[in-house]
Design a protein around this ligand. Structure first.
Ligand code: ATP
Ligand code: MG
Ligand code: MG
Ligand code: MG
Length: 351
């Protein structure tokens, strides 16, 4: 009998469009002899819409831009509960959502309450991984090497902006990176070389979040690795990102296509081993399950720093995470199968 897969995509987040592209790619890769797929689109306003089939993402994003808000409303919980109740075979939810309201544990919490199996990380890992400040605090506790950082709340900055800038300048040197605490795809991130740029970067980042993180900038190669599993996670080969822009920003990720992904990364066996070990430590520090893409900086002297983990990394067939697994012997459809298996396993373990 076919397994039912409910793809959740879109979502109330700045990474909405990325998610649409991902869902389209996953639908095309899912084996229709094995799976019965129901796409569930979440609008930018947070409303849930069931679709018969996924449309071409270019078309869908085009319509979305023309018509940002309109859609039919359904209560998400009722919607999913109702669909699942009618299932004769256990189904699984596959949240292909990035950023807040999807990758951050909120959707995962709803699925837990409804007692439904789902793919990927649970509530705690998703929430901790979404907030870069909390994530880095946990990495510090786990003894992982990383850049220095400070965090500022919007209300502190509104009360005394100069004090906020001074807090940054006291703790870090230029260049530094300013980021919304809860986001991804480089949205709202700026590199700053002086106070003037810092001021602009604060204004930008606070448009996306009430909390921001400011990190010491490092000059380093960017190496990423995939982690897959539940209690016994394994690592993929490593990959390197070679951006042509000043840093790996949103355009470089999704629009310009010029960024080179080098897989496997040309690093020494020793560095690869260090990265693997740190990735597993990070996976365990946040109690992850299913999948993670761990991002690292490797400085000239070979010093390895962890930058972040992503609990729902970019997942189109040309994204880093699937490519890393492809080079490790798991192609895109096999990777999807494995993630579904891991989701069911974790669910059964909890019953
Ligand atoms: P994603 O989730 O898509 O990987 P993100 O929005 O979580 O991205 P980061 O990975 O933290 O953002 O940063 C985006 C990019 O900015 C990095 O890939 C790197 O190019 C650059 N960058 C971020 N932080 C630093 C830093 N401290 N020093 C040097 N470069 C940095
Ligand atoms: Mg990220
Ligand atoms: Mg991300
Ligand atoms: Mg990153």
């Amino acid at each position: 009998m076919k397994k039912k897969i409910f793809l959740l995509y879109g979502g109330k987040s700045a990474e909405h469009e990325v998610s649409i592209r991902t869902a389209f790619a996953v639908t095309q890769a899912l084996n229709f002899e094995k799976y019965e797929v129901t796409p569930i689109y979440i609008t930018e306003a947070g409303q849930w819409v069931k679709r018969e089939a996924l449309e071409n993402p270019v078309k869908q994003i085009g319509e979305l831009r023309l018509d940002r808000q309109k859609s039919t409303t359904t209560s998400p919980a009722l919607f999913i509960g109702d669909s699942i109740e009618k299932m004769d075979e256990p189904g699984i939810i596959f949240p292909l959502l990035h950023g807040p309201n999807g990758e951050d544990g909120t959707v995962q919490g709803m699925l837990e309450v409804l007692n439904l199996p789902y793919v990927g990380n649970g509530v705690l890992a998703s929430a901790a991984g979404m907030d870069k400040v909390i994530m880095k605090n946990l990495f510090r506790d786990a003894g992982l090497n990383q850049v220095d950082y400070v965090s500022v709340l919007r209300h502190e900055w509104e009360n005394d902006a100069v004090a906020s800038y001074e807090k940054v300048e006291k703790a870090l040197d230029y260049p530094c990176f300013v980021k919304p605490a809860n986001l991804g795809s480089s949205v709202g991130i700026s590199k700053c070389k002086n106070r003037e740029e810092l001021v602009r970067a604060f204004q930008e980042a606070f448009q996306f979040d009430r909390k921001i993180i400011i990190e010491q900038g490092v000059e380093a190669r960017e190496i990423e690795i995939g982690v897959l599993g539940n209690d016994q996670p394994i690592c993929s080969v490593a990959g390197e990102i070679v951006p042509k822009t000043e840093f790996y920003d949103y355009r470089a990720k999704y629009e310009d296509g010029d960024t080179a992904l080098v897989i496997p990364a040309d690093v020494s066996e020793e560095i690869y081993e260090t990265i693997k070990e740190m990735a597993i430590t990070a996976f365990k520090a946040l109690d992850c399950s299913g999948l993670v893409r761990a991002d690292f900086f490797v400085a000239k002297e070979g010093k390895v720093l962890i930058n972040e983990i992503n609990t729902m990394p970019g997942f189109t067939p040309v994204s880093m995470f699937p490519l890393l697994w492809k080079h490790s012997g798991l192609d895109y459809p096999e990777l999807i199968d494995r993630l579904i298996e891991l989701g069911f396993e974790r669910y059964e373990e909890k019953q």
